[in-house]
Design a protein around this ligand. Structure first.
Ligand SMILES: Cc1cc2nc3c(=O)[nH]c(=O)nc-3n(C[C@H](O)[C@H](O)[C@H](O)COP(=O)(O)O)c2cc1C
Length: 203
């Protein structure tokens, strides 16, 4: 657990972990892997279950309202709490099944909600994106029914956002593939990914 010196006393800093769960199935294998990873992280976990939370996508009514608040940096509305929570987390864990070569739509809607200029990102004077998020690391956990080729587009997209817009430099993916192939040894495939998590997190 991180600590720092303040006035000669050691102050324990709590690692605030934000766990974004976009899994839908009751016996989700992705969620199982994500929970295994969470068991390896020290800190206080806040869970957002996107299936339960049912965030709204932008609409012709909500978008101009939101834009007008952002333009005057008025973030007092409850609407901005989701973005603030994301910006203030120390570690982000995303559980996202591999759907249609990326991830469930609920995760895209979540991203629409947290992409708030002035909270999660800004721009430099010369117009370059500037990350405003506190997190140092983001973990992306996924499972796929078939092989993931050539790479997980969902993760690549999240990695791009993390690096370019959120200011989160370190991103990691843990994924299990080919779980729905006839004859697949699902438990063995999941155990292999859990072992990869154990090895990576022991470093
Ligand atoms: C709506 C939907 C879309 C899917 N799209 C893909 C896909 O593009 N490629 C693939 O390999 N598997 C695909 N699958 C299979 C899932 O990736 C696989 O079953 C995964 O393990 C589901 O994760 P879960 O057990 O956490 O629900 C899809 C499944 C669903 C329900």
């Amino acid at each position: 657990m991180p600590s720092e010196e303040a006035h000669g006393k050691e102050v324990l800093m709590i690692n605030n972990i934000l766990y974004i769960d976009s899994c839908v199935r009751q016996n989700s294998r992705t969620r199982r892997l994500a929970r295994h990873l969470l068991g390896k992280l020290e800190g206080r976990i806040t869970t957002i279950n996107l299936d339960e939370k049912r965030l709204s996508p932008h609409t012709c009514i909500s978008l101009p309202e939101r834009d007008s608040l952002i333009s005057v940096c008025d973030f007092s509305s409850e609407y901005f709490n989701t973005a603030k929570e994301f910006a203030n987390a120390d570690t982000i864990v995303i559980a996202a099944p591999y759907w249609d070569m990326s991830f469930p739509a609920s995760l895209k809607i979540y991203i629409e909600n947290i992409m708030v200029q002035g909270i999660t990102f800004g721009y430099t004077e010369d117009g370059q994106p500037l990350g405003l998020c506190k997190a140092k690391e983001l973990f992306y956990v996924s499972t796929a029914g078939g092989p993931v080729v050539p790479h997980n587009e969902g993760y690549e997209y999240i990695k791009g956002l993390a690096n370019i817009y959120w200011g989160i430099e370190k991103t990691h993916i843990f994924q299990a593939e080919s779980l729905d192939i006839v004859g697949a040894d699902v438990e063995a495939i999941l155990a292999k990914t859990m072992h990869e998590i154990d090895v990576a997190m022991a470093k």
